[in-house]
Write a protein that binds this ligand. Structure first.
Ligand code: SF4
Length: 416
């Protein structure tokens, strides 16, 4: 989207207040995300009121899924389009508001990677490797608005990574709705990782959204036969639940034991690995016994990071029509209970990190301090390490850091 915008002559403004166009990239995954989108639009409308010429443009999943509602219920929005048109954002906005095109011909932008993001100054960037999903989990609305699974061609991904590295990006996080389906077989995903190793100046490659099934297992086993030193010791694999009964109701495969095996395999083949997973509580029919299974799973599998979601019935999904919907206050209590159990475990782990030394990437340098991140922590999801600003460092630099202290999720350290 940013490449298309810059191709049409748009530039980033220093502040939202001084922008001619205020773009909001929206999510519509679950109820909380939808509410956040609406709140963000209403906040943006207040800014727009003070800056009369500013145009509010809503893009992304929310505007794709609720195009009619945006038109009828959010008059604050001047223009909107969905995820399928990100790559033509510049021309769409330009023609909607009668702007003169900055490019002489369209061919410049047509030939560029459609998923490129110009992120000058950033040490990391997400890189999309596929879009859509064919899994059909019964709670999930994503396939409705992201469509069927399709790969991004390897050459497009490589071009994007090279371009990102040229702007200073040193870590790419491979994102999608279903990463391990890339290329239809585990070898294709491994080939992708190998190909990315050829991109000069990239230090770290991180795999995200690995469905906990046989394909992820095969990829992890395959890592043992490949030389992939840039791959960080990290696995993100969303299990969504730990009770077999609930997993089947959610139309997902696997079970508690199998998930533990996959987590342990990651820790074996990538020494020092940490695992992030997510769990959705409150799916219709969930009982106290199912929640006990989740608690037992956390105790035995010990994921280092955990995202917890409260179920919300999403229109168009099979789950929305099931009987036995769990009242939201019960769901929230379950989420709190599981979170507290996880946090107890997590606090002990944080304490154990003190005194250890980790390879860290500098994300940000400020007057007084440096914000860095261990290889075991994903950007914008996991914790960071605060360091005293003792040397001239830039985003993307790698340093060895000894951990000196911890808070709930973040750490403090010194460069050694
Ligand atoms: S695998 Fe993920 S994106 Fe695909 S349907 Fe299931 S929850 Fe949704």
């Amino acid at each position: 989207m940013e490449r298309s915008l810059s191709g049409e002559g748009f530039t980033r403004s220093e502040t939202v207040e001084t922008a001619d166009f205020h773009l909001i990239n929206s999510c519509a995954f679950i109820e909380d995300a939808k509410m956040e989108t609406i709140r963000t639009v209403l906040d943006a409308a207040k800014i727009k009121k003070k800056h009369k010429n500013q145009k509010l443009v809503l893009v992304g999943c929310f505007s794709e899924r609720y195009a009619d509602n945006v038109r009828s219920d959010l008059p604050e929005v001047d223009f909107s389009f969905g995820t399928g048109r990100y790559h033509e954002a510049g021309t769409l906005i330009g023609s909607k508001f009668g702007l003169q095109s900055a490019s002489e011909t369209r061919s410049d932008t047509e030939n560029l990677s459609p998923l490129f993001a110009i992120v000058k100054g950033a040490s990391f960037a997400p890189v999309k490797i596929s879009d859509g999903c064919d899994r059909g989990c019964s709670f999930c609305a994503i396939p409705i608005f992201r469509g069927k699974f399709r790969d991004i061609p390897l050459q497009t991904i490589l071009t994007e990574c090279r371009d990102l590295a040229a702007t200073g990006v040193r870590e790419v996080c491979l994102v999608s709705q279903d990463s391990n389906s890339y290329g239809g077989k585990p070898e294709a995903f491994l080939d992708l990782l190998e190909a990315l190793h050829e991109v000069d100046d990239l230090h770290w490659i991180r795999m995200l959204y690995m469905y906990p099934d046989g394909k992820t297992e095969a990829i992890l086993k395959g890592l043992q036969n490949r030389k992939l030193p840039k791959l960080v010791p990290y696995l993100e694999s969303p299990v969504q639940h730990a009770s077999t009964r609930m997993l089947r109701a959610m139309r997902r495969i696997g079970d508690r034991q199998r998930f533990k095996e996959i987590f342990d395999l990651a820790r074996n083949v990538m020494p020092g690995s940490e695992v992030r997973t997510s769990i959705l509580l409150g799916f219709p029919g969930e009982t106290e016994a199912d929640v006990e299974e989740v608690l037992a799973f956390i105790e035995e599998s010990r994921p280092e990071k955990l995202a917890l979601f409260s179920y919300s019935p999403e229109e168009g999904t099979p789950g929305a029509h099931l009987a036995d919907q769990v009242p939201i206050e019960i769901t929230r209590e379950r989420v709190n209970r599981v979170r507290n159990a996880f946090l107890l475990q997590h606090a002990n782990r944080q304490r154990d990190l003190v005194g250890q030394t980790f390879r860290c990437m500098v994300d940000e340098t400020q007057d007084q301090e440096i914000i860095a991140r261990r290889a075991q922590d994903a950007p914008e999801a996991d914790g960071v390490v605060y360091l005293p600003n003792s040397r001239l460092l830039s985003p993307g630099d790698l340093v060895n850091v000894q951990i000196t202290g911890f808070a709930e999720f973040d750490l403090t350290g010194v460069i050694v």
